[in-house]
Design a protein around this ligand. Structure first.
Ligand code: NAD
Length: 427
């Protein structure tokens, strides 16, 4: 296969993860450039991938001005930059691997789909869960008709307390005006994509969603709570959401919490500095009981044009993180918990009115984030660009648009307190 060359736009957490495929398969993939306004990230990319200085851009405009430099761009910038940064890349002739969410406005989504088609470029969205062996194996079974016609898909994303707090209560995605979308798009656009992908070819018809911010609100503040855990809170010691327990004692998600320190990277941040930041300017030191606009629990119902239904629950602030899936077909069902690395296939036995069950174990390597999905996604992107085989997980921008529109439709339903018609979202 032809070797594919790429520039990483946004060498943050996600950009660095995807770039690693070049280290695993230098014969197939090479990182030849980086675009990032943060000098620390720029220098890190330059060092790790031995990049030429002229291929390291602190200003994206400088990169856009140049003629096409490589085959592809990994666009791993933050959510709000995806819409403005991607069309110039497609127009320059780059294939783009784009982080989710693609956009949070239906018009922007459809614009990006059009831009990819008009420029005949691949615009692949980082739906990493499709590449987790657990979901890929389920998809293969469904395609073979293992449980007949799909009647219902139930999915649940259980967002752990520490994850909820670090990303959606105090973190980068803690308010719609900060990240550009609500909780469903920010956290569950993969899950909505799975509902559509697994129910191959079916189009959503109606969408209804309800959600609340029930836990992380000012009315639940414990007696004696202040504004910051480490500075003025008398309840810190007994509070399960204490920033001290999370970021001093347990060093949760350091790449998220200490990400934007001027002049340095997130690792090895010393304790006195952590305490000082949590006491003063870090949003991660603020009281978790605050009234913001993201929900911490949301349930979404979808009907499809093949007569099936789906439900997705997002439960924010649970003890055990993970994803449940239960797919009910006309002749059987598949049920599993992603993180357990196994699922059950059951078939109804009409003779006994009982069922027969087999357990399928996931034996593939599932190390890394998203149960082994991250680097398999890059592998597929590279294979597609070099005319190699595509996996069953391969996603086209037009597929991804459906899952994203589902999130937008669900949010409209939740906010307007009514069921909405999916067709209204195709402008
Ligand atoms: N696929 C998934 O499962 C998954 C998981 C987590 C995050 N994400 C998404 O990945 C994206 C990146 O998240 P992250 O946590 O890596 O963020 P990050 O903040 O760690 O990285 C973003 C990088 O972009 C750089 N940047 C800022 N402006 C830029 C510009 N104009 N041009 C180029 N670079 C610019 C920043 O300096 C930073 O290094 C987000 O959209 C996020 O929602 C996806």
């Amino acid at each position: 296969m032809k070797k594919i060359t790429a520039t990483v736009m946004g060498f943050g957490d996600r950009g660095q993860i995807y770039a690693r495929y070049a280290k695993m398969r230098p014969d197939l993939f090479e990182i030849v450039g980086v675009v990032d306004p943060n000098p620390v990230k720029l220098e890190k990319a330059k060092r790790e991938y031995n990049l030429k200085t002229e291929n390291c851009y602190s200003d994206p405009a400088e990169f856009y001005r140049k003629s096409r430099q490589c085959d592809a761009v990994i666009n791993a910038t933050m959510d709000r930059l995806h819409y403005e940064t991607t069309p110039p890349l497609l127009e320059k002739g780059y294939h783009v691997l784009l982080e989710k969410p693609v956009a949070s406005d239906p018009r922007e989504l459809l614009d990006l789909e059009r831009a990819a088609k008009e420029n005949r470029r691949v615009l692949m969205v980082c739906h990493v869960l499709r590449y987790a062996p657990f979901y890929r194996r389920i998809k293969e079974l469904l395609a073979k008709g293992a449980i007949g016609r799909i009647k219902h898909i139930y999915a649940c994303e259980n967002v752990a307390v520490y994850h909820m707090l670090s990303a959606y209560v105090r973190g980068k995605w803690s308010a719609e005006n900060a990240c550009g979308s609500g909780m469903l798009m920010a956290k569950c656009c993969h899950d909505l994509d799975l509902l559509v992908w697994l129910n191959a070819g079916a189009k959503p018809v109606t969408v209804a969603s309800v959600g609340v911010r029930g836990e992380f609100t000012a009315k639940n503040k414990p007696a004696g709570a202040g504004t910051r855990c480490l500075s003025d809170c008398a309840a810190e010691d007994s509070c399960p959401y204490s920033a001290r327990k999370l970021y001093i004692k347990n060093d949760v998600y350091p790449f998220l919490i200490w990400n934007d320190l001027p002049g340095r990277d997130w690792d090895g941040v010393e304790l006195p500095l952590r305490e000082k930041l949590l006491k003063t300017v870090s949003p991660h030191g603020e009281c978790a009981f605050a009234d913001k606009d993201l929900v911490d629990s949301q349930s979404t119902l979808v009907t499809f044009d093949n007569g099936s239904t789906a439900t997705l629950d997002m439960l924010g602030g649970v003890s055990r993180p993970g994803r449940n899936m239960h797919i009910v077909g006309s002749t059987g069902e598949i049920e599993g918990f992603l993180e357990s690395n196994r699922f059950a296939v059951r078939r109804y036995d009409a003779d006994s009115t009982g069922y027969k069950e087999e357990t399928r174990e996931i034996t593939e390597d599932v190390s890394g984030a998203h149960s082994g999905g991250d680097l398999r996604l890059v592998e597929d992107f590279v294979s597609m660009l070099s005319d190699g085989p595509r996996s069953v997980s391969c996603t086209d921008i037009s597929d991804s648009v459906i899952g994203h529109l589902l999130a937008i439709a669900a949010e409209k339903s939740r906010k307007e307190n009514r069921m909405v018609s999916f067709a209204d979202f195709f402008l």
